[in-house]
Design a protein around this ligand. Structure first.
Ligand code: MHO
Length: 214
């Protein structure tokens, strides 16, 4: 189910990275997510000592299922990036492209977004260079508030929480990312027990549309 053969990567800075983790994690075609620091020069940044870096989410996706343009739509729809909002570098709007194709698509989509609005878009588009994964406690942050769910699905180590495709889905759904329809469609593929599915569904419905991922 989670084939990796043609996987590609995309990297976005769009405010607090817990949100990007949730929003991209539930997307069909997204295989796994990892939050971290990128875009700056400082060696080995940390959350407390982020230097000139930005919080980003690194997304591994299957381009046969979801396109880079679709990922960009989600990016534009879910954060602030206009000149009229004051945003510090930690939370800046940033697209780090992994190849020339992504660069062109990203630039085109920024132009399209710019035409829709009057204030200047501050989103920067730069080449992906170094990515520093964030501390474990930031990975799948929302899922970590649900020890029972982690335990029952066997996602019981930091490494598994970082790398598991299931963890990416659960982390997003538990926070209310993704639609109820999408959840209903995907639930049979998640391989959860009845009890676990019910637990998750309660949160999907409760948190649906509240946009509170951070
Ligand atoms: N609102 C959060 C931001 C966390 S973040 C990963 C806080 O209270 O720290 O930047």
């Amino acid at each position: 189910q989670f084939e990796e053969i043609q996987a590609k990567h995309a990297t976005f800075g769009m405010g607090c990275f817990w949100a990007g983790d949730c929003l991209f994690g539930v997307l069909p075609g997204v295989i796994r997510t990892c939050v971290g620091y990128a875009g700056g020069q400082k060696e080995s940044p940390t959350y407390r000592n982020i230097g000139d870096h930005t919080e980003v989410v690194n997304v591994e996706y299957n381009p046969d299922v979801i396109s880079y343009a679709q990922l960009l739509s989600l990016f534009w729809e879910n954060h602030e990036y206009g000149l009229t909002t004051k945003i510090k570098r930690q939370y800046m709007s940033l697209i780090l492209y992994h190849d020339e194709e992504q660069k062109l698509i990203a630039e085109k989509s920024r132009e399209q977004e710019q035409r829709k609005r009057t204030d200047l878009i501050l989103t920067e588009i730069r080449k992906f260079e170094k990515f520093y994964p964030a501390e474990d406690y930031h990975q799948k942050y929302r899922l970590r508030n649900h020890p029972w769910l982690i335990e029952t699905t066997g996602l019981t180590s930091d490494e598994v929480l970082r790398n598991s495709p299931l963890a990416a889905k659960l982390n997003g759904y538990i926070a209310g990312a993704g639609t109820i329809e999408q959840f209903a469609k995907e639930l049979p593929n998640l391989g959860l027990t009845e009890k676990t599915a019910q637990y998750l569904q309660k949160y999907v419905i409760e948190n649906q549309g509240n946009g509170l991922y951070c």
